[in-house]
Write a protein that binds this ligand. Sequence first.
Ligand code: DAK
Length: 263
Amino acid sequence: MSGADTSEQSVRVDREAAIAIVTVDRQDALNALDVATLTRLRDELVTLAADDAVRVVVLTGAGDRAFIAGADIKYMSGLGVDDATAWGSLGHDAGRLLETMPKPTIAAVNGFALGGGCELALACDIRYASSRAKLGQPEVNLGIIPGWGGTQRLARVCGIGVAKELIFTGRTVDAEEAVRIGLVNAVHDPVLDRARETAQLLATKSPVALRVMKRLANRALGGDHADNLVAEGESFGELFASEDAREGLAAFVEKREPKFVGR
Ligand code: DAK
């Protein structure tokens, strides 16, 4: 895979105390992801996942038109099989990081979230949309499939019936429909304010409890239900060894706000 490295400008990370706001900024292409941008995004997510000072990650797009209008179609139009496979892996890496990093991730969908853009939003734990947002998986119109997790995560978020209709037809949905079908959690303008508000709230919670809940919740729609409940029970017990659990329980008893340290 090749491409001029314009990534430094096209992905920004702004730290606001314990919150990291990641902004994809290729506004000339409605924030569509080329190789340099997606590589940079993946690398920034790797860094944020490992940084204990960051408790919540918010993903958004620059400007007021687009979150991410998908993979860069102009780039993809020249791909052979090997490059397309590598390109697929890169998108999967970014999605997997958003889905599995040990802290909450929030998509602030401020416009078009199409194709790979919708897929990255789906990989986040929580999604908010602006009232002008449009979301969907239009890959079928290009003769390809949603290949960065869309055939799987859309069904997990919205149910298999809705997912099949949307990926088979390529139909996009507006914000009002997105909230009705569960594709986004809420609609709010400006959407980043709503994402920030939730992020600030989550940054006050126990990072240990959030990490364990996220890992367990990610198992909820897969694997064996009974095994998953056993895992939950074991994790519950183990949490009592954490400073955060002792602090949370003590703070309630002492009628004060808890201060969680993430251990
Ligand atoms: N890629 C490249 N450029 C894009 C783009 C995209 N996805 N979306 C928009 N642009 C560019 C337009 O070409 C235009 O550039 P100029 O012509 O001015 O140079 C500029 O952004 C403004 O767009 P429009 O002029 O089209 O603006 P409109 O308001 O008229 O329309 C639109 C907005 C979002 C409805 C329209 O731009 C559009 O339909 N864009 C394409 C959206 C789309 O189809 N997205 C899905 C892409 S496919 C893989 C796995 C996954 C994937 C790929 C591979 N493997 C496993 C290998 C993922 C695939 C996708 O995401």
